[in-house]
Design a protein around this ligand. Structure first.
Ligand code: IPE
Ligand code: IPE
Ligand code: MG
Length: 231
């Protein structure tokens, strides 16, 4: 990718889908795919910040993913416990902040502690943000914002809603990528995605490498964003 001629989106969201199918295609258990998918987070985060992305929001676990078999949910939670600190150490070295969005109140005490520690350790970093969605749901986030607006006695406006979303400091994603072939948002950033450019690929998340990421950036770069106007 020629960084000079390509427009780099400031904020990229990724719906990291396809871990289970990736593993099943190899005759392995779904958790094998989740491990590979987790390793891929490191590769793609590093690359994204290298090419100039300022904020990367990754959908790791949705508020609906609790409906999966307990064994799979447990495996996913274990992976988060094991890798969050590792990601934080890595991005910390590069001046990147790590944040978590979602209803973290129901997570295990262990995971909550890890989240609090990693957020605290990287809070002073200003070069970029790696924002991870854990027990995140776009509808739940909108309802949460509405409740907060009501409790504060504020006006119900688009601006005030934006202020009460997890992404208040990050703004809206310019580009949302979904791997794994499904053509839907599955409750990801419903409010923020109003004018996001969407990019869907059949590539399964563990196979989504730097080249695939660049392809998404190039597609974004070629688009005309009109926001309802005539340009
Ligand atoms: C995405 O991969 C990761 C999570 C939702 C946690 P999936 O586990 O949904 O993989 P597929 O879609 O079944 O292949
Ligand atoms: C979306 O993937 C959630 C994450 C990537 C974390 P799902 O696999 O849960 O989405 P559906 O069930 O296919 O809509
Ligand atoms: Mg899936």
């Amino acid at each position: 990718m020629d960084k000079e001629s390509v427009r780099i989106p400031a904020h990229v969201g990724i719906i990291m889908d396809g871990n289970g199918r990736w593993a099943e295609l190899k005759g392995k258990k779904r958790s094998f795919g989740h491990r590979a998918g987790t390793a891929n987070v490191e590769r793609i985060a590093e690359h994204a910040f290298n090419v100039g992305v300022k904020a990367l929001s990754l959908f790791a676990f949705s508020s609906e993913n609790w409906a999966r078999p307990k064994e799979e949910v447990d495996a996913l939670m274990k992976l988060l416990e094991r890798y969050l600190k590792k990601f934080a150490d890595k991005v910390n070295k590069n001046g990147i902040k790590l944040t978590v969005m979602g209803d973290t109140t129901v997570l295990s005490d262990h995971l909550k502690t890890i989240i609090a520690e990693t957020e605290k350790a990287t809070a002073g970093n200003a070069k970029g943000t790696l924002n991870i969605g854990i027990n995140y749901g776009g509808r739940q986030e909108i309802v949460k914002a509405a409740k907060e607006i009501k409790d504060c006695g504020e006006e119900f406006s688009v601006e005030n809603f934006s202020k009460h979303l997890y992404t208040f400091n990050l703004g809206e994603p310019d580009l949302i990528i979904r791997t794994g072939g499904e053509l839907r948002l599955s409750n990801f950033m419903l409010f923020q995605s109003a004018y996001s450019e969407l990019y869907f690929t059949d590539v399964l998340w563990p196979d989504f490498d730097e080249k695939e990421f660049d392809r998404a950036i190039e597609s974004f770069s070629s688009r005309k964003r009109r926001y309802g106007a005539v340009r």
